[in-house]
Design a protein around this ligand. Sequence first.
Ligand SMILES: *Cc1c(COP(=O)(O)O)cnc(C)c1O
Length: 356
Amino acid sequence: MRYPILKIYTEKIVENGQILIKECAKNGISLWAVTKGMSAHPEIALAFKKAGFQILADSRISNIVKMKEAGIQGEYALIRIPMPSEIEDTVMLCDYSLVSELDSVLEMSRICDKLKKNHKIVIMIDMGDLREGFWPTELESSYEKLKNISPYLHIAGVGANFACASGALPRRDNLASLLGYYKELENKLNCHFELVSGGGTCTLVQMIRGNIPEGINSLRLGESILLGTDSSENFPFTMLSQDTMEIVAELCEVRVKPTLPIGEIGMDFSGNVPIFLDRGNRLRGVLAIGKQDIRIEGLVPLDEGVEIITASSDHLLVDLEDCPKKYKAGDTLRFRPDYPAMLSASTSSYVQKIFC
Ligand SMILES: *Cc1c(COP(=O)(O)O)cnc(C)c1O
């Protein structure tokens, strides 16, 4: 066994996916399953397919290529608006993409014509999170150009993103505005579009609260499937499993030490001057995992009595004084990762991934 390990309980993720597909269908909502939180690991993509998701979505073309090369069938969506330099790859390798630059759409249109390849776009509208999206007032001037795009380039609908860059939450009013822009686009282009993509896990929370206007018919879910959590409002999804993953790290020192550092205190590894409370001598453990493996702030200890003290690039220090179990070097401790911790563990080559 090579530690640290990210253990993934695939069946629990499959179950989360199945529950979400069913619950959302009751509300007339279809789903894209977002793989980027786990770097599109093929085992995750397979779990999503097993749950019944038809469309896999990722922010990176390289991740989409990885899933395709692993032989995972289905439709793929690129959910980071494409860089102008990757527009040809987007058309060639993805079935859907989210777009917010008119020039990118026109370039896609030219490429679709050239390759005679079909591609579907979701026009993103910025509803206040200030990340990607057309600004609502500039839509008007885009309608004429959107009318004349290639017959191979299909407008699938409109979408918005919430609670990512600025924390702006989806609410009944801004989702209703999104629907308004959708209807306006349909009228101006005299066409019917299939999708109103209302956001990610944060919008699922609104759906469960019964607070989503009728007409929002698609969501793009990552966190709720993978971890059964919502980091926008910490909404408790009682129907989902939260114990889908854990981090396992090995203790390489266990010793009683003072809780107050000795000598003059300068800056720690991160450039902060740390402040410690004097709790006398206590049992402390050194785990072989650090800030270059994972985002430590996102770890919650799963073993009784364990408390995180601090971490440097390669070491995580824990207080073990109150643990009922007597730990020694060579024992392992378990932690639950939040979304950013999962993300950092999944991209780190130092963290071994074990699917069970
Ligand atoms: C990451 C992402 C999602 C998924 O969000 P979750 O909160 O993980 O459900 C949805 N849409 C876009 C555009 C994203 O970048």
